[in-house]
Design a protein around this ligand. Structure first.
Ligand SMILES: Cc1cc2nc3c(=O)[nH]c(=O)nc-3n(C[C@H](O)[C@H](O)[C@H](O)COP(=O)(O)O)c2cc1C
Length: 171
């Protein structure tokens, strides 16, 4: 099983990216993982540019999605919705067909009771592009900044164990 993991944060010690990196670390040997790293290099979406030859970062993004069996998202909430750079990534998926019927899931690592605005918007976009949301693999696991070390790795082992449970849901 090939999993593409996409963080909606561009911050170096992001809690969202740390959560996904932790899931990568706990991957079973039968799975392969790609933690997407091109978010901040994607050009601003412009429908006029949504044709072949695509900008190389967009081509690479769509190829990653095409290759994946499941796409796993983890994004912060900004001003009640998605960060602009992550919404930009999602806009680039609308013109392609890569997300149609693609199994997808999300993890909300915001503080308890927070982040629902981001989840709602993400769900709206996933519905629009026709992704197949894997409900049992969508998790809410709060991660605080103190849970992430200065290198951007998850240092809270309880959270590491909670996040690793996603593998049984993805199977
Ligand atoms: C511009 C901005 C807007 C934010 N808006 C919200 C918000 O609406 N709701 C919320 O719960 N947190 C909000 N936050 C807090 C972030 O979601 C929080 O810091 C999160 O940990 C950032 O994710 P990261 O650690 O992966 O970068 C905001 C942060 C920033 C920088």
């Amino acid at each position: 099983m090939k999993i593409l993991l996409i963080s909606g944060s561009t911050r170096a010690t992001s809690t969202n990216t740390a959560a996904l990196a932790s899931i990568v670390t706990s991957a079973p040997p039968t799975s392969s993982t790609t933690l997407y790293s091109g978010l901040s290099r994607l050009p601003a979406f412009n429908p006029d540019d949504d044709h072949d030859p695509l900008p190389c970062e967009v081509h690479a993004l769509r190829q990653h999605i095409r290759d994946a069996d499941v796409v796993l998202f983890c994004t912060p909430e900004y001003a009640g919705t998605l960060p602009g750079s992550f919404k930009n990534l999602l806009d680039w998926t609308v013109g392609g067909t890569e997300m149609t019927d693609k199994p997808a899931a999300w993890i909300n690592v915001a503080a308890p009771g927070r982040g629902q605005g981001a989840v709602n918007t993400l769900e709206t976009v996933l519905g629009y592009v026709g992704a197949q949301v894997l409900r049992d693999a969508c998790l809410v696991i709060p991660v605080g900044r103190a849970d992430v070390d200065d290198d951007g790795a998850m240092r809270n082992q309880e959270i590491v164990r909670s996040l690793a449970q996603i593998w049984s849901q993805l199977r």
